[in-house]
Design a protein around this ligand. Structure first.
Ligand SMILES: Nc1ncnc2c1ncn2[C@@H]1O[C@H](COP(=O)(O)OP(=O)(O)OP(=O)(O)O)[C@@H](O)[C@H]1O
Ligand SMILES: [Mg+2]
Length: 273
């Protein structure tokens, strides 16, 4: 598998950020970013917390991704996969733990500020504006940018040619797989330094799933690290450089995609033998 994808890397940064991430980036509003020791490019480190004043959902959960990598989070329904993604994106107050991006502690930043720092996030549900056209969705994705977005839009259309064809159509009229392309394209419009996808292949056919995975690999090859939750555990681990199995808000198994696929425990409990 590593052979098939060994070309993945930082050869073409066209969809990614133009400049190297800098710790001197201004923090526009919200909390204060603090310098942190170097580690993975993006890490939710030992995160504990839940929704509002409710019970903790995450219990010391750690997920991370590095440039050139696809990291995949799998686990049963209700395991806290989406909650972990939301925590990394700043939609949850952590009681313990930290989130660091490119060595900087961003635990106290709002989601908006994390977007400014280079996070692209595609949530599990409600990830497109159904009454807007495909093109309007992409334009909305670029809301934080003040420069010319035409080139990025052309790159998104290169990646997902069907979206160019349907650019004047309401996104709500598209098929499930095409909607997911709109959602991923929208996130790419910010030129993110890291892309987080929560179940990008939910509800699509196996053929469309393969196609979406191919596009996601293509994005990773442009140098954008990808942290993604997937219900299709086996197929996702096959393309994963790194995998996390979450159970009840905890890290149950961590390893390379290959290691997890070969682990008898993981196979029996999560991959159907
Ligand atoms: N907004 C919310 N407020 C309160 N509790 C929530 C909220 N969202 C999720 N939960 C609870 O948090 C736990 C973890 O849910 P989460 O959505 O993170 O699981 P998941 O692993 O993403 O599941 P799935 O595979 O179904 O997407 C569940 O017990 C769920 O009921
Ligand atoms: Mg979920």
């Amino acid at each position: 598998m590593s052979d098939a994808y060994s070309g993945r890397g930082n050869k073409d940064r066209s969809l990614g950020p133009e400049t190297a991430p800098s710790s001197a980036d201004p923090v526009k509003k919200g909390g204060h970013a603090r310098p942190a020791p170097d580690g993975p490019f993006l890490i939710g480190d030992a995160m504990t917390g839940g929704y509002g004043k409710g019970a903790d959902i995450l219990h010391g959960c750690t997920i991370a991704v590095d440039p050139g990598e696809i990291a995949v989070i799998v686990g049963p329904n209700g395991a806290g996969k989406s909650t972990a993604m939301k925590a990394v994106f700043g939609m949850l107050n952590l009681r313990e733990g930290a989130v660091r991006l490119d060595g900087e502690d961003i635990t106290d930043l709002s989601p908006q500020d994390r977007v400014l720092k280079g996070m692209g996030f595609v949530p599990q549900t409600h990830n497109i504006f159904t009454s807007m056209t495909v093109e309007e969705n992409l334009e909305m994705g670029a809301f934080i940018r003040e420069d010319d977005i035409a080139e990025t839009m052309a790159q998104v259309y290169d990646l997902f040619p069907i979206l160019k064809e349907k650019r004047r159509q309401a996104a709500g009229e598209l098929s499930g797989g095409q909607r997911q392309q709109v959602a991923v394209g929208r996130a790419l419009m910010t030129k993110p330094k890291v892309l987080m996808l929560d179940e990008p292949t939910a509800g699509v056919s196996p053929i469309v799933m393969d196609e979406l995975f191919d596009r996601i690999i293509e994005v990773a090859r442009t140098g954008i690290p990808i942290l993604m939750v997937e219900q299709n555990a086996r197929q996702a681990l096959e393309i994963a450089d790194k995998g996390y199995v979450l159970v009840q808000g905890r890290n149950a198994h961590t390893g390379t995609g290959k290691e997890l696929l070969a682990d008898p425990d993981v196979r029996r409990s999560f991959l159907g033998g």
